[in-house]
Ligand binder design. Structure first.
Ligand SMILES: [Fe+2]
Ligand SMILES: [Fe+2]
Length: 263
């Protein structure tokens, strides 16, 4: 068995300019995580930043985040989550990938594998309140359909901030991807998706949904406590932060998670 490719997964950075009360300082957490990743996994092909890059979706937070991502010696793929703002992100990350409709999603080939990163940030009008559920609108679903068709027989990995199915946390299941079953219908029709990589829940969780294996990764800041019932999706604890390590080889996919030390 040969190890062909390695993807690191950082998610839910929740960058702010000043720390939120009772929460870890996001920039020092990110620094610690990236330093640990570079010290232990400098041979990675790619680092995914799987959404909730900032907490408030403000330009100042993206401006604070940008040098961390610009200075990495490993190619990165930024993605958006419910705490992000597409226009503010784009105003700072000018060169970020975009599909023809302006969504922050792209296709990246890693050897025989095809990595598809999706933008599940819900579209909303100017001044409309934030809705934390995820969305794959008709345009994004059509783009994904074309990406999967274009992959043919190539094994595909899909990364997306919002899990497209329940994860067992009542509050988070209430703000998962709205079009989850339509998403699973689509990937089953193509039959070439081997694994789903997600964020949003701030906890290491894995499972299989309708035959497709998936993993959710820990945040670099606060983590989801083991409270399955309840309606508060913002609860956090101070469990150690982590990043994911995804190995793609000739035989399949291996998913690790690595807690990193913090001061
Ligand atoms: Fe988050
Ligand atoms: Fe989220």
């Amino acid at each position: 068995m040969t190890q062909a490719h390695k993807i690191l997964v950082f998610t839910d950075l929740h960058m702010t300019v000043t720390p939120r009360e009772g929460c870890p300082e996001p920039a020092s957490r990110l620094r610690a995580g990236l330093d640990h990743a570079l010290a232990t996994n400098a041979d990675a092909d790619m680092i995914l930043f799987c959404g909730d890059l900032t907490h408030w979706g403000d330009e100042a937070s993206y401006r604070r985040l940008k040098p961390f991502l610009d200075d990495l010696p490993i190619p990165i793929i930024p993605m958006l989550g419910n705490h992000d703002d597409r226009a503010a992100f784009r105003s700072i990350f000018h060169d970020a990938p975009a599909d023809p409709d302006g969504f922050v999603q792209q296709v990246t080939d890693l050897g025989e594998y095809r990595l598809i990163t999706l933008d599940t940030l819900l579209l909303r009008g100017e001044g409309e309140p934030i809705i934390h559920a995820g969305e794959l609108c008709a345009k994004r679903m059509a783009w994904l359909n074309a990406a999967l068709a274009g992959a043919g027989e190539a094994p595909c990995i899909i990364a997306m901030h919002h899990p497209p199915h329940v994860t067992g946390f009542e509050a988070m299941d209430g703000i998962m991807l709205r079009e989850g079953e339509a998403f699973h219908d689509l990937i089953q029709r193509h039959g070439n998706v081997r694994y789903l990589l997600c964020g949003h829940v701030h906890r290491m969780i894995s499972g299989v949904h309708r035959g497709t294996p998936w993993a959710v990764f820990k945040s670099t800041v606060g983590q989801m406590p083991l409270v399955f019932r309840g309606t508060d999706s913002s609860v956090e604890n101070h469990d150690p932060p982590a990043f994911g390590i995804v190995l793609l080889n000739d035989d399949g996919v291996i998913v690790h998670t690595e807690d990193f030390p913090v001061a």
